[in-house]
Write a protein that binds this ligand. Structure first.
Ligand SMILES: Nc1ccn([C@@H]2O[C@H](COP(=O)(O)OP(=O)(O)OP(=O)(O)O)[C@@H](O)[C@H]2O)c(=O)n1
Ligand SMILES: [Ca+2]
Length: 460
C-alpha cells in the first residue's frame, strides 16, 4: 500500500507554532499592560509666600499612593502678585483682595475632588516682620477662608525658619552633596550652611537641626533684617543727605520725597531734624565709592565670638557650595554674570563699568527692562558683591563655590516655600529613598527578551 502523506501533519505543526507565538505575544502584552503604572492620583498643597515686594502662590503636587519618603513633591504652578501685603497698611482689605485672582487660578489648577483636602498655608517674611499689622493678617485670612481649600492659617516666619526652609528646598531631591543657601529678599537676607566648625554651642540662636535622607544636619543660619536689597538701599540713601550718589548713574537726576525715604523702621531713627520735604537725588556712578557707602551699613567693630560676619553676628567658616537665589539671581542674570567661573575681579570690573555708564545710555542699551528695576542695578550689583565678600567673607578663590540659581531640579523655584510645606506635612524625607534595582523600561525589555528566547528554543 502506498504510504499516504498526512497533509495534516505539516499544517498541524504550523498551527501549533502560530498558536504558541500568539499565546506568547498575548502573554507579553497582558503582562506589560497589567504592570503599567496606573494613572497617577496626586495630592496637592498650596503655600503663599507673602514677601516684602510680592506675594506668590505656589501649588505643589505629589503622587498620592507613594509613601512620602522619596522626595517627589514638585511645583505644579505659581502665580505672582505685586506689591506685597505689607504695603497695604492703610487699606488692609485691599491686601485680601489682591490675592483673589491667583487663588482662583489655584482653584483651576487643582482637581475639584481634591480641593477640600488640600492644605493652604500663608507665610509672611521680612515685610510683615517690619509692619506687624494684625489688620492686614485678618483681611488676608478672611479672603483665604472663602476658598474651598483646607486653610491652615497665616503667620510670620522667623528669620531662622526662612533661612532653614530655604536650605531644605535647595537640598530636597539632591542628596549627593549638601549645598548652602543664600537668599536675598527685598527686606531681609539669609545665609544657611553646614560647617564642620559649627555644632551650635558657640551661638545656639543660629543653630537648626534637621534629619534629611538618613543624615542629621546641624545647620548654621542667620537672617539679617533690613539687609534685603530694598531696605539696604533706603539705609544707603538716608546717610548724609544723598545729594551726589555714587550708587546711581551719572546724569541721573530725580526729585524725591524725603518722607518716603524714612517710612520704614530700618531707617526711621536716621531721619534728620528739619529735613526738607523734597531732595534732588543725583548720580555720579562710582563703584568704589558706592562700595564704601555699602560698607558703612555694616558694623565690623565688635565681635564677641571666634569670628563674625557683620554687625557682631557669629558665622563659622564658609564650607561647600552655595545656591544663591531670589535677588541674587535676578541681579546677576541682568548682568549676564550667573556663571561663577568668571573671576571675581572681572565681575567687579563689569559692574563698575555699568555704574560709570551715563543713565541715558543705560536706558538706550536696555530697552526691555523696567526703569524702576534698571535704575537700581548699579546699587544692587555693588550691594550683592559687598555683602558676599566684606559681609560673608567669600574671596576670589571661594567665589566660584556660589551657584546663582532660579529653579531647582524639576522646575521648583528655589526659596523657603517648598521646605516649609514639606515640614508642615511631615514630608521632609528622613531616610534615603529605596531605588528599584532596574528602571521600569529595562525590566520590561529583559522579561520580553527572555520569553522570546524561550519560544525560539521551543520551536527548534
Ligand atoms: N524679576 C525680579 C523680581 C524681583 N526683583 C527684586 O528683587 C528683590 C527681592 O525680591 P524677592 O526675593 O521676591 O523679595 P521678597 O520675597 O519680596 O522680600 P523678603 O524676602 O525680604 O520678604 C526685590 O527688590 C524685587 O523688587 C527683581 O529685581 N527682579
Ligand atoms: Ca523672600
Amino acid at each position: 500500500a502506498m504510504k499516504e502523506k498526512n497533509p495534516w501533519h505539516k499544517s498541524g505543526i504550523v498551527i501549533v507554532a502560530v498558536i504558541a507565538v500568539v499565546a506568547v505575544v498575548a502573554l507579553v502584552v497582558v503582562f506589560v499592560v497589567q504592570n503599567m503604572p496606573l494613572p497617577q492620583k496626586y495630592k496637592y498643597g498650596i503655600v503663599l509666600d507673602a514677601g516684602s515686594s510680592h506675594t506668590t502662590v505656589f501649588i505643589y503636587e505629589w503622587p498620592a499612593e507613594k509613601d512620602n519618603n522619596t522626595g517627589r513633591a514638585e511645583q505644579k504652578h505659581s502665580c505672582n502678585v505685586k506689591p506685597g501685603i505689607s504695603s497695604y497698611a492703610g487699606t488692609p482689605w485691599k491686601a485680601g483682595q489682591s490675592l483673589r485672582e491667583c487663588m482662583r487660578e489655584a482653584e483651576k489648577n487643582i482637581p475639584k475632588q481634591r480641593h477640600a483636602q488640600t492644605p493652604l498655608y500663608l507665610g509672611a517674611t521680612a515685610g510683615m516682620r517690619l509692619l506687624a499689622s494684625d489688620e492686614v493678617f485678618r483681611a488676608v485670612s478672611e479672603t483665604l477662608q472663602t476658598f474651598p481649600f483646607s486653610y491652615q492659617g497665616a503667620r510670620i516666619l522667623s528669620g531662622q525658619e526662612e533661612g532653614a526652609f530655604g536650605w531644605v528646598t535647595v537640598n530636597y531631591l539632591d542628596d549627593r552633596l549638601k549645598q548652602g543657601a543664600l537668599d536675598l529678599g527685598g527686606a531681609s537676607t539669609q545665609i544657611s550652611f553646614v560647617s564642620k566648625m559649627f555644632d551650635g554651642s558657640e551661638s545656639p540662636g543660629n543653630s537648626v537641626t534637621f534629619r534629611l535622607y538618613g543624615n542629621d544636619y546641624n545647620l548654621y543660619t542667620h537672617s539679617f533684617l533690613c539687609y534685603g536689597k530694598d531696605q539696604a538701599l533706603k539705609m544707603a540713601l538716608s546717610g548724609p543727605p544723598a545729594i551726589r550718589d555714587p550708587c546711581f548713574h551719572p546724569e541721573y537726576v530725580e526729585t524725591k520725597e524725603y518722607s518716603k525715604l524714612y517710612d520704614s523702621p530700618c531707617v526711621s531713627d536716621r531721619k534728620p531734624q528739619g529735613a526738607p520735604a523734597f531732595f534732588q537725588h543725583t548720580g555720579i556712578g562710582n563703584f568704589q565709592q558706592c562700595q564704601d557707602v555699602v560698607r558703612s551699613l555694616f558694623n565690623f567693630s565688635q565681635c564677641k565670638y571666634s569670628q563674625c560676619s557683620l554687625n557682631g553676628v557669629y558665622q563659622p567658616p564658609l564650607q561647600g557650595v552655595f545656591g544663591a537665589f531670589s535677588a541674587y539671581y535676578y541681579i546677576m542674570d541682568f548682568f549676564n554674570l550667573t556663571d561663577t567661573s568668571i573671576p571675581l575681579d572681572t565681575v567687579k570690573e563689569r559692574i563698575a563699568r555699568f555704574c560709570a555708564t551715563p543713565w541715558q545710555q543705560v536706558k538706550q542699551q536696555n530697552p526691555g527692562i523696567k526703569l524702576k528695576y534698571l535704575v537700581g542695578y548699579c546699587f544692587a550689583g555693588t550691594y550683592l558683591l559687598t555683602l558676599l565678600t566684606d559681609g560673608y567673607n567669600f574671596t576670589s578663590e571661594t567665589y566660584s563655590n556660589i551657584k546663582f540659581i532660579h529653579k531647582q531640579i524639576k522646575g521648583s523655584d528655589a526659596g523657603w516655600t517648598l521646605g516649609y510645606m514639606l515640614n508642615l506635612t511631615n514630608m521632609i524625607p528622613a531616610e534615603a529613598p529605596n531605588e528599584p534595582p532596574l528602571p521600569y523600561a529595562g525590566y520590561v525589555v529583559i522579561v520580553t527578551v527572555i520569553i522570546i528566547l524561550l519560544v525560539v528554543l521551543f520551536l527548534f
